[in-house]
Design a protein around this ligand. Structure first.
Ligand code: PMP
Length: 406
């Protein structure tokens, strides 16, 4: 089963424009659409058991607490973490990485320490380290990206000689679709005495993840890119690391005992979850995991690989079009390109007139665009609800752009 047929489950995708064109959504790397069971789970929560969690004695508060904590276990199983206590709920992948920088980084890193990143990082895995580097006088170093979009692993080996304290990389580039050999890179980082943080924002939605097999120390991702709602993300951290880390935010929920001048922090993961959490959103995330599990992540990957291969093959037939990133082999379903006759914003605008949604710009990876000496790209990104028909529509839309601008 390499072609999934799930369109029916996504109400938003049934919409048509005034010309009768169905919504062709090719921007799942930015955020995914939500299937009916996810929308229903959140609606049901508000209709039946809405209450604040962890402190209510009455039955709907207990049910809400159980539903929320049950999702922690679902997330654990989904990425094969060792314990549910290693799953911290945050707002998104960005907050998860900031949590590591502000809690672990601030406590551990000293002047002159090296943090090793790559040239293809999303700003979410760049700015938190820049902020901390400015505060603690750290050194940021970068694994180069080669012309074909792959990381320069020889350079990585050399950079590890600098004995970085942390290697923090994306498991899939949101621009290039590049999938680095994360397991090997984690092992190499550990060998060099560094911790390994994996930005899984573009990984978890698209492939089966076994975080214990990869052996990352920290792992960050967002619900909204994996069919779940916005407003909730995940930080996985190894138990011993999380336990040794100071709290990030202070307030309710993250404490065991409070005095006027001090407090005793709660156990992990709640130590990192100050304030009322995104309860309905957690329940929506749980429904998204159920939905993906029912399809099977192997089928999700196979569908996307098939479609991405078809998309790249089709796009390469378009005049004046250049794709950034790997053209074959194992790669993700984000496909960024330029055309030599129109600016990416013009491309996106003309495609929008055909009810086709693509993203144009730097995709929160400005240094990567600088690396390729281009200001912007157009990005089409695919997920389980996309079909070859969507790719064909993209190509027809590009023909229109070429007629107008070429
Ligand atoms: N990392 C990568 C690779 C991403 O693609 C994104 C989202 N575009 C993020 C981090 C940040 O995700 P969020 O905005 O949900 O925090």
């Amino acid at each position: 089963m390499t072609q999934l047929n799930v369109l029916e489950d996504f109400p938003i995708l049934k919409q048509t424009d005034k010309n009768g064109n169905r919504l062709c959504y090719l921007d799942s790397a930015a955020t995914s659409q939500k299937p009916e069971p996810v929308l229903r789970a959140m609606d049901d929560y508000y209709h039946t058991i809405n209450a604040n969690i962890h402190r209510g004695i009455y039955h709907i508060a207990e049910e809400a607490t159980a539903a929320h904590e049950n999702v922690r276990e679902k997330v654990r199983a989904f990425i094969n973490a060792g314990a549910a206590s290693e799953i911290v709920f945050t707002r998104n992948a960005t907050e998860s990485i900031n949590l590591v920088a502000y809690s672990w980084g601030r406590q551990t890193l000293q002047k002159g320490d090296v943090v090793l990143l790559t040239e293809m990082e999303h700003h979410a895995n760049l700015i938190p380290w820049q902020l901390l580097a400015a505060e603690k006088e750290l050194r940021l170093e970068f694994i180069p990206v080669k012309e074909d979009g792959q990381l320069d692993l020889e350079a990585y080996a050399g950079l590890l000689d600098m004995r970085p304290k942390l290697v923090s990389i994306s498991g899939m580039s949101n621009v290039l679709g590049t999938i680095p050999p994360t397991k090997q890179m984690a092992a190499d980082a550990h060998q060099a005495g560094a911790l390994f943080l994996l930005d899984g924002a573009q990984m978890v939605p698209h492939q089966k993840v076994d975080i214990r097999d990869i052996d990352a120390d920290f792992f960050a991702f967002s619900s909204h890119k994996m069919l779940g709602p916005t407003g909730i993300g995940v930080l996985y951290g190894k138990q011993a690391l999380l336990e040794a880390m100071p709290p990030f935010f202070g307030g309710g929920e993250m404490i065991k005992k409070v005095y006027l001048r001090s407090f005793i922090a709660n156990d992990v993961p709640w130590k990192f979850e100050a304030g009322t959490p995104a309860i309905a959103e957690a329940i929506g995330l749980g429904a998204a995991i159920d939905y993906l599990n029912a399809i099977g992540m192997d089928h999700v990957s196979a569908h996307e690989e098939n479609l991405t291969e078809y998309a790249i093959r089709s796009l390469l037939t378009a005049p004046g079009l250049k794709i950034l990133g790997p053209l074959n082999g194992k790669r993700g379903s984000a496909v960024s390109f330029t055309v030599d006759y129109a600016h990416p914003h013009d491309v996106a605008q003309i495609l929008d007139s055909e009810n086709i949604c693509v993203r144009a710009g730097h995709h929160c990876a400005m240094p990567l665009h600088d690396r390729f000496a281009i200001p912007a790209t157009t990005r089409a990104s695919f997920y389980i609800y996309n079909t070859r028909d969507d790719v064909d529509r993209l190509l027809t839309g590009l023909e229109k752009v070429h007629r107008l601008f070429g």
